[in-house]
Design a protein around this ligand. Structure first.
Ligand SMILES: Cc1cc2nc3c(=O)[nH]c(=O)nc-3n(C[C@H](O)[C@H](O)[C@H](O)COP(=O)(O)OP(=O)(O)OC[C@H]3O[C@@H](n4cnc5c(N)ncnc54)[C@H](O)[C@@H]3O)c2cc1C
Length: 529
C-alpha cells in the first residue's frame, strides 16, 4: 500500500483508545488516534480502578501521576456500604471487597473520576512521538483489504476530510461503536429492559447524614421494590460531591420526575442538594460475537458493554488494551504470528462473557432472589441469618473473580484448560494466569524487573535451561529478559524454578527443568507454532 502513514489507526479517544495509543506508542508502534470530542466528558463514571489496572499505569510510567490526580484523601477507604432498604436501615455491612485480593497484585487499587484519569493518559500520549492525535474528528468509514485499512475521518463542525491508512484499525469507540457496525460484528447478551438514571449532585447534608457509617466511598441501598437493581451513591470528593444511579420508569425524562425525592428515599432521610447533571442509561449486558475481523479489532465498551455494577467496564477495557497492545507490536515488529492476533479475542472474549453473565447479570439476579426470598417484616430471624451469610457470599465473588487464559492457544496451560473469569488467587505461577508479585533478593519486586517483552524468571534453575531459552529467543527475534535469583524468601511460592512471563504479566509456561524444545515453546507463545 503506497503512502501508508501509520501502523495502527485507533477510532475513539475515550480511556480505552487513549490507553491503547500509550501502550502502542511506548512499544514504538506508530499510530493515529481519532476522537470526536476535544475534551473528556466531565461525568465521574469509571471511578473504581482495580489493583490490576494500576499495574498497567505502573508499566505506562504514570501510576504516580494517576494517584496524584486523586480527589479523595490518600488512604480513604475505596470499598463501600451495602444496606437493606435505605441507608438508615439497621441492616448494613461494610465488606472488604478488593482489599481481599491485594497481596496478589503489585499495585494498590485507586479511585478517581474517569475524566481525571483520562487527562493523565492524554498527557502521557501527547509526549509520545509516534502517536498523532485527531481530536474533534469523527471516523465515518472503515475499509480493509489484504494490504491494510483505510479510515475516512471528518472534522466535527468544520470542512476537513482525510483518509488515514494503516496496517490495522482498532475500534475503541464505545458501546455504540461505528467500527463494530461497519465491519459487521453483532452482539448478544442480557437486556434487562430497565432505564437507569445517573445523577451528579452536591450535598453536604448527605455527607453529614452518613456519618453513622465507618468512612467509605460508596453506599448501595438494596430495596425489595427494585428487583435487585441498585440504588447506588458514590463519593466524588469528601464532604460534597456525589453521583447516584438507580432504576427509574421507562418514560422518565429530566423534566417529568422527582429525582430529589428518589435520592432522599434511597438515603432514608431528607436533605438538600444541588444537581450538576442528570442523564440516563439502559441496563444491558452485551458482548460482541468476535473481537476481530481481518485487520480490524474492537476493544473496551465497543466489545463489551454493561452497567457499572462491580466496576468491570473500564478495568476490563484497559486489560483488553494490555492484551492487544503487545500482540500488535509483536506482529508489526516481526516476532509474532497471525495466531497471536487471533488469541486476543480467544483470551479476552470468554472472560467478558462470563463476567457479564455471572458477575454482573448474575449479581443482579442474586440480589433479586435474596430480596424476594427474605424479608425482616415476614420473618426477622430468618432474614437476619441470611443477611449475615450474604456478606460471606460477597467475599466469595471477589475471591473467585480471577480472569485467566489457561485455554489459550498461545499458552502452555493444562490440557483441559479454558479461558475464564473464574479462578483462584494464588502465589503459585500457573500458565495463563496473572503473575503474583514477590520480592527479589536484591530488594526490588519481581514486577520492577520484568521487561517490556518476555521475561524468564529463573530461581536456582540450571544454567543450561536458561541458555536454551536465551538461544531460542535470539534466533526468533523475541525480546527476552532473564531474571536469576534463589528459590527462597517467598519466591519458592511460585512453585517453579522457571517461569516464562508474557509482556502482559501473564504466565506463558512454568517448569523445573529445560523443556524438550524451548524454541517450539517460544514459537507457540508468540503465535508462530
Ligand atoms: C455511571 C457510570 C459509572 C461507571 N463506573 C465504573 C467503574 O467504577 N469502574 C469501571 O471499570 N467502569 C465503570 N463504568 C464504565 C466505564 O465508564 C466504561 O466502561 C468506559 O468509559 C469505557 O471506555 P471506552 O473508551 O471503551 O468507551 P467510551 O468511554 O464510551 O469512549 C468511546 C469514545 O469514542 C468516541 N467515538 C465514538 N464514535 C466515534 C467515531 N465514529 N469517531 C471518533 N470518535 C468516536 C466517543 O466520543 C468516546 O470518547 C461506569 C459507567 C457509568 C455510566
Amino acid at each position: 500500500m503506497p503512502n501508508k502513514k501509520h501502523q495502527v489507526v485507533i477510532v475513539g479517544g475515550g480511556p480505552v483508545g487513549v490507553a491503547l495509543a500509550v501502550e502502542l506508542g511506548l512499544r514504538n508502534v506508530s499510530c493515529a488516534l481519532v476522537e470526536r470530542y476535544h475534551a473528556p466528558q466531565r461525568i465521574p463514571k469509571g471511578q473504581n480502578l482495580t489493583q490490576r489496572t494500576l499495574e498497567h499505569f505502573y508499566f505506562w510510567g504514570i501510576a504516580d501521576e494517576l494517584r496524584a490526580a486523586r480527589i479523595m484523601p490518600r488512604g480513604y477507604p475505596i470499598s463501600g456500604i451495602i444496606a437493606y432498604g435505605d441507608l438508615m436501615s439497621e441492616y448494613w455491612y461494610a465488606p472488604r471487597q478488593r482489599d481481599l485480593v491485594a497481596p496478589y497484585y503489585f499495585q494498590a487499587n485507586e479511585r478517581l473520576p474517569q475524566y481525571l484519569m483520562e487527562e493523565v493518559l492524554r498527557r502521557k500520549m501527547a509526549g509520545l512521538p509516534g502517536v498523532e492525535s485527531h481530536f474533534g474528528w469523527s471516523a465515518e468509514t472503515v475499509e480493509q483489504d489484504a494490504g491494510g485499512v483505510r479510515v475516512s475521518i471528518v472534522e466535527q463542525g468544520g470542512g476537513g476530510r482525510q483518509v488515514l491508512e494503516a496496517d490495522y484499525v482498532v475500534g475503541c469507540d464505545g458501546s455504540r461503536s461505528t467500527v463494530r457496525e461497519l465491519i459487521g460484528i453483532g452482539r448478544s447478551g442480557a437486556d434487562f429492559d430497565q432505564l437507569m438514571v445517573l445523577a451528579v449532585f452536591r450535598s453536604r447534608e448527605l455527607h453529614e447524614g452518613l456519618k453513622r457509617f465507618p468512612e467509605r466511598s460508596t453506599y448501595n441501598a438494596l430495596h425489595p421494590a427494585h428487583k435487585g437493581y441498585w440504588q447506588f451513591f458514590g463519593r466524588i470528593d469528601i464532604g460534597e460531591g456525589w453521583f447516584f444511579h438507580a432504576p427509574v420508569p421507562a418514560d422518565t425524562r429530566t423534566d417529568n420526575y422527582d429525582f430529589h425525592g428518589l435520592i432522599q428515599k434511597a438515603a432514608g432521610f431528607p436533605f438538600s442538594c444541588a444537581f450538576d447533571h442528570v442523564g440516563f442509561w439502559d441496563l444491558r449486558v452485551a458482548v460482541a460475537e468476535t473481537y476481530r475481523i481481518g485487520r480490524a479489532f474492537i476493544a473496551g465498551d465497543a466489545a463489551h458493554s454493561h452497567p457499572p455494577y462491580g466496576g468491570f467496564g473500564l478495568n476490563n477495557g484497559l486489560e483488553d488494551v494490555r492484551n492487544l497492545g503487545w500482540k500488535l507490536a509483536a506482529v508489526l515488529q516481526g516476532w509474532g504470528g497471525e495466531a497471536l492476533l487471533d488469541s486476543y479475542g480467544e483470551e479476552r472474549r470468554p472472560i467478558f462473557q462470563e463476567t457479564g453473565e455471572h458477575f454482573i447479570a448474575g449479581r443482579i439476579r442474586w440480589d433479586r432472589e435474596f430480596l424476594e426470598r427474605y424479608s425482616p417484616e415476614r420473618n426477622r430471624e430468618e432474614f437476619e441469618r441470611a443477611w449475615k451469610t450474604r456478606e460471606a457470599g460477597l467475599d466469595e465473588r471477589i475471591l473467585t473473580y480471577e480472569p485467566h487464559y489457561e485455554g489459550s492457544p498461545v499458552v502452555a496451560g493444562p490440557a483441559s484448560g479454558v479461558c475464564s473469569a473464574h479462578g483462584t488467587h494464588m502465589f503459585k505461577a500457573r500458565a495463563g494466569h496473572h503473575l503474583a508479585p514477590q520480592t527479589l533478593s536484591e530488594g526490588r519486586n519481581v514486577f520492577e524487573a520484568l521487561g517490556a517483552g518476555f521475561t524468564l524468571l529463573a530461581f536456582d534453575a540450571e544454567q543450561g535451561a536458561v541458555e536454551a531459552f536465551a538461544r531460542a529467543a535470539a534466533k526468533l527475534g523475541i525480546p527476552l529478559n532473564v531474571v536469576r535469583d534463589t528459590r527462597r524468601d517467598g519466591r519458592e511460592n511460585y512453585e517453579a524454578r522457571l517461569v516464562l512471563v508474557r509482556p502482559d504479566q501473564h504466565v506463558a509456561w512454568t517448569g523445573d527443568a529445560q523443556p524438550a524444545d524451548a524454541a517450539q515453546l517460544m514459537r507457540k507463545a508468540t503465535g508462530r507454532a
